[in-house]
Design a protein around this ligand. Structure first.
Ligand code: GLY
Length: 337
């Protein structure tokens, strides 16, 4: 389903919450425990429908086929049909799962996403990628656009600093690959950040990147994976949040960029991450564990491990990289053999 999502950004929630549609009778609200305190205001806006709330585990624990199957059981019992709607309320794992379930239930039904983390608001809920984890992150997934994404800035403003940081890591990434002015904003003092402006800029830049390569086929969308190849492996091997893992992944990719493409702004990336309290290194992980997980990434792509590197700010390139080159980059983020 590739009709572009309507992205609503504002304080509170729009009324009506769901797009107009004939025949919708029921709504399944897929809800993470961490977002439970936000469910009341959503349920109030769904009063016109029969609503079933489907509780899922928090965080990455939600992205398992067993959870998908449990959700299908509830949808089946609740008679959720082709014209009904799934609403995903939670962080990136909830929106990934809600999108996946919606894309497969009855060959695809409508999904509306209400991200409750900055990371989900600027990345996971935008652009139609859904995902379930196996040994590697997001090894199973679909492309399925939500009909609406609702970004409630009140929720974003109330986030604790660690959750905010996670989202800032993705905004820094979007700036580095496609919007150097946005990156420049993030190099300024923390206190001068205008969250609404950052969210709007990050989302519109991401949408501009994916518009010509929505299915991630020719490398133009893949630039959004800057910092994610090593970041995903580190996230699986260690106990970092996604944003922290992307931060150290960007440092490692920055080292490789300097080595391979003469990239000169690594110190600026490091200073920006430090300014926002994001890590530059991740001690305590073995290089072998990360390399094993990177091998899974390699299998996904016949041409081998390709990484997004930067020739300059806003000039990403997809570059084949072999494992011998990766070891020094891992060492630079504190991961030795
Ligand atoms: N998060 C990367 C993408 O949406 O393609």
């Amino acid at each position: 389903m590739r009709s572009p999502a309507e992205i609503w950004i504002g304080s509170g929630l729009p009324d009506p919450l769901l797009p107009e549609r004939t025949g919708r009778r029921r709504v399944a609200l897929i809800l993470q425990p961490g977002a439970a305190h936000l469910a009341g205001s959503v349920l109030t806006r769904l009063g016109a429908y029969e609503v079933v709330t489907v509780d899922i585990p928090d965080g990455e624990e939600a992205k398992h086929l067993q959870v998908v199957s449990d959700v299908y059981d509830v949808l089946e019992r609740s008679l959720i049909g082709r014209l009904d709607t799934i609403v995903g309320l939670g962080g990136g794992a909830a929106t990934d799962l809600a999108g996946f379930v919606a894309s497969t239930w009855m060959r695809g039904i409508e999904v509306v996403q209400i991200p409750t983390t900055l990371l989900a608001a600027v990345d996971a809920a935008i652009g139609g990628k859904t995902g379930i984890d196996r040994a590697g992150k997001n090894l199973v997934g679909t492309f399925w656009d939500p009909s609406r994404v609702l970004v409630n800035l009140e929720i974003m403003r109330a986030l604790p600093p660690d959750r905010l940081r996670d989202g800032l890591a993705e905004i820094i990434k979007i700036g580095l690959v496609a919007d150097p002015a946005l990156f420049g904003e993030l190099e300024g003092p923390d206190s001068s950040l205008d969250l609404e402006a950052l969210v709007r800029a990050a989302i519109s830049t991401k949408l501009a990147v994916i518009v010509d390569d929505p299915y991630d086929l020719d490398g133009r969308r893949a630039i959004l994976n800057f910092g994610h190849t090593i970041g995903h492996a580190v996230e699986r091997a260690g106990s970092l949040t996604h944003g922290e893992a992307v931060a150290v992944g960007m440092v490692a990719a920055g080292h490789l960029s300097a080595e391979r493409l003469g990239f000169e702004a690594l110190a600026r990336i490091e200073a920006c991450l430090r300014l926002h309290g994001l890590p530059l290194a991740v001690p305590g992980i073995r290089a072998g564990a990360v390399i094993d997980l990177l091998a899974l990434d390699k299998k996904k792509d016949e041409s081998g491990l390709r990484m997004v590197l930067l020739a300059d700010l806003g000039r990403p390139m997809l570059v084949p990289v072999d494992f011998a080159e990766i070891e020094p980059a891992l060492s630079a983020i504190g991961i030795d053999s």
